[in-house]
Each structure stands twice: as C-alpha cells, then as structure tokens.
Design a protein around this ligand. Sequence first.
Ligand SMILES: Cc1cc2nc3c(=O)[nH]c(=O)nc-3n(C[C@H](O)[C@H](O)[C@H](O)COP(=O)(O)O)c2cc1C
Length: 166
Amino acid sequence: MDNLELLRARRSIRVFQDKSISRDDLVKIIDCARFAPTARNVQPWEFVMVTDKHKLAEFAKLAENGRFIAQAAACIVVFCSDTKYYLEDGCAATCNILLAATALGVGSCWIAGDKKPYSQQVSVLLAMPSSMKLISLVALGYPLEISCFKAVDKRALNELLHWEKF
Ligand SMILES: Cc1cc2nc3c(=O)[nH]c(=O)nc-3n(C[C@H](O)[C@H](O)[C@H](O)COP(=O)(O)O)c2cc1C
C-alpha cells in the first residue's frame, strides 16, 4: 500500500480477532506517535500501553462508547501535560497511532478522552498524575472479518474543497 492509499484506507475498527499484537509492533506504533507535529516542539505526550485484560475490561465499563475495548488486544492511552496546545498535540499523536496501526495491518479505533466524565477514573487506573490530561484511548486489534465491515461514508471531495475562497 503506498502512503496516500494508507491515509485513505484507515477506518475505525471495533470488532477484533482474539489475537495478540507483537510487542515489536506495539513499540513501532508508539515510535511513530512521537514523530507527530507538536506546537513549539513541546512534545507534551505520554503513552500508556495496556494489554492486561482486566484493565481493558475496566476501560470498556467506563467508556459508554467504547465497550468494544474489552475485546481489543491492546489499548493505547494518550495523555498530555497541561500545555497551551495539549489537545492539538495529543490529537496529532493519536492520528499517527491510527495510521501506524493501519500500516501494520492492525485495526484501531479512537475513543474520546478529553472532556469525558471518565477521564479522572482512567488516570487513576493507570496511576497517572492528576495534572495530566487524557486525550484519547485507542483500541487496537486485528480486524475480524474485514469483508463484512461497512465503512462510513465520507463527504465528497468536490463538496468540501474550496479553491481560493469559500
Ligand atoms: C475526537 C474523536 C473521538 C472519538 N470517539 C469515539 C468513541 O468514543 N467511540 C467510538 O466508537 N468512536 C469514536 N471515534 C471514531 C469516530 O466515530 C470515527 O472516526 C468516525 O465515525 C469516522 O469513521 P472512520 O474513522 O472509520 O473514518 C472518535 C473519533 C474522534 C476523532
């Protein structure tokens, strides 16, 4: 898959095979996350890699729109320190995670973190200092029966691309 094709191929995957992801691949994904753009090069992020089934089940209980985390092989929890552009930086890193996973054939889904009522509980579960902001949880796993996967529609290019003015 070439680079542009990879960007178009990434889709949220919420149904996973019962199969673990190698430690090497998990490390590669975080290695790509750290190359995300970051305002003033602050790099305020920390990544907690969770593979423990009990913790995954706890996340699934907390996140009303992330029940499928319980079936994931891993979940990357993205935090940032409370900098001016923490949210933009953390989101940029999260996008790199999704794309790196896609490149490795690993399915992923972003689960909201920032502004969610469970952010404090997630931090406590991971022994994270309370000053750190939860940005996202990214569920990872090999997609189950990708042929049955119904991708959401994307807005048409000619509807959203505006040359020179709106
Ligand atoms: C900030 C943000 C928060 C999201 N939160 C959730 C979530 O809590 N649960 C979920 O299943 N998907 C979540 N998603 C994934 C979106 O639902 C998904 O990206 C969107 O439907 C488009 O589908 P696609 O990723 O397959 O292109 C989130 C995505 C973003 C960017």
